[in-house]
Design a protein around this ligand. Structure first.
Ligand SMILES: O=C(O)CCC(=O)C(=O)O
Ligand SMILES: [Fe+2]
Length: 398
């Protein structure tokens, strides 16, 4: 089993997950009935998350607390998927096909899409984040934008104070004009479905915690101006800095927890020579550390949107829902040379002004933030960026 290290990851950092009370026997048997274990021996098992059809998640009268418990509860994987979302499949295809095109734009074109002032949290970002080794991450490129608001605020003091959220989107209007529409359409859909997931999470927390007054995830996210989409492009295996000898699970993307509230994820697309292919290495892809401490590979269908919990939900739910540690393993072996990976993450996050009270029972970033301390989400994010993200020396931000 991999020992997890505290790691910086573009403002989304790994912290030791909080252990809650051990799961009941009934939870355990329910989980083992519903999880399909496809592979087991020395390698970590491959599991499917609990899947909730769109018709159920959109139903505000449905009681989905058992399914939310299976996915996000003390014995769950920390990830669920939503299936049969109308219109989703073509929006995913449209956007994921654009990431290789973006990544192979001429260097000076990509440079114009960079935004050092936001520490590369808007527009194109490549080689600006640190890997677990501390070296610059050349393995993937990212394109960041707020899919809902092009200009979240015009207030200069806010833009200075919270540049990673209050800055403006940068679209490649001349070089890849299709990107803006494709990015916004998919981001908005994942957000709409994510708010439905958030509603059912609130119901689950209210019921299970016995607290009538909770910080509602759904409303916190619905009023936020901080949604952030990330289109990820993992460079072909042989042309990246990866020498192919990296056996670790986190060879493409290091272990971390996302620091927002809820992350929506598409099923990744593998591409070779411009064509979609299936990945020849079945060990490649997304890995998760469950709240029981097990490391598992997680798979879900192309037609499904996956959602996992971020740190801010752990803080606002007072540890009732826990952030999900995850990483991505690169494919290995000669047959995988030339394979690129494209995927999209939507980080649903509170507004920069939203107050976070750090409760006693949550141990996230204790080295930085004392318990019973309160910070806004904007302050929390910038604090983490200050500590772990050393771009002030690279960019014009000073
Ligand atoms: O590439 C992936 O599948 C996950 C990416 C991720 O975890 C992130 O961007 O925070
Ligand atoms: Fe992540």
């Amino acid at each position: 089993m991999n020992s997890l290290q505290l790691q910086s990851y573009h403002g989304r950092f790994l912290s030791p997950p909080v252990r809650l009370a051990s799961p009941s026997a009934s939870c355990r048997s329910r989980l083992s009935r519903t999880i399909t274990c496809l592979m087991n021996m020395s390698a970590p098992p491959t599991l499917r998350p609990v899947t909730i059809p769109f018709s159920e998640i959109k139903d505000r009268t449905a009681d989905l607390s058992l399914k939310i418990e299976e996915g996000f509860g003390p014995n769950g994987l920390g990830i669920i998927s939503v299936s049969e979302v109308p219109g989703y499949s073509s929006l995913r295809q449209n956007l994921l096909h654009l990431s290789p095109r973006l990544a192979c734009l001429p260097e000076e074109t990509r440079k114009k899409l960079e935004d050092p002032d936001s520490r590369y949290n808007f527009g194109w970002s490549h080689g600006k984040e640190k890997l677990e080794s501390g070296k610059a991450d050349m393995l993937k490129g990212s394109f960041y934008a707020n899919p809902v608001l092009d200009i979240p605020t015009t207030e200069e003091s806010l833009i200075k104070r919270y540049p990673s959220y209050c800055g403006s989107n940068i679209w490649p209007n001349d070089s890849l004009p299709e990107l803006e529409h494709a990015f916004k359409a998919l981001g908005q859909l994942i957000l709409d479905v994510g708010l439905m997931v958030a509603y059912h999470c609130d119901q689950y927390v209210r019921k299970g915690s016995g607290r009538s007054k909770i910080e509602e995830l759904e409303h916190t996210l619905a009023r936020s101006r901080c949604q952030k989409g990330r289109l990820l492009y993992y460079f072909p295996v042989d042309s990246s800095k990866c020498n192919g000898k990296d056996e670790s699970m986190s060879s493409w993307c290091g272990w971390h927890t996302d620091h927002g509230s809820l992350t929506g994820l598409t099923c990744a697309m593998f591409i070779k020579n411009g064509f979609e292919v299936s990945c020849p290495d079945s060990a490649a892809g997304l890995y998760i550390r469950t709240r029981n401490g097990d490391i598992v590979r997680v798979i879900y269908g192309k037609e499904e949107i996956a959602y996992q919990i971020g740190e801010t939900t752990e803080i606002l739910s007072q540890g009732y829902l826990c952030a999900t540690p995850h990483c991505v393993r690169a494919p290995k072996g000669e047959s995988t040379f030339g394979i690129e990976r494209s995927t999209f993450a939507l980080f649903m996050q509170p507004d920069w002004d939203e107050k976070l009270n750090f409760p006693e029972e949550v141990h996230i970033h204790r080295e930085l933030i004392a318990s019973n301390h309160a910070l806004t989400f904007g302050e929390y994010s910038e604090l983490l960026l200050d500590k772990y993200y050393h771009t002030r020396t690279w960019g014009s931000y000073s």
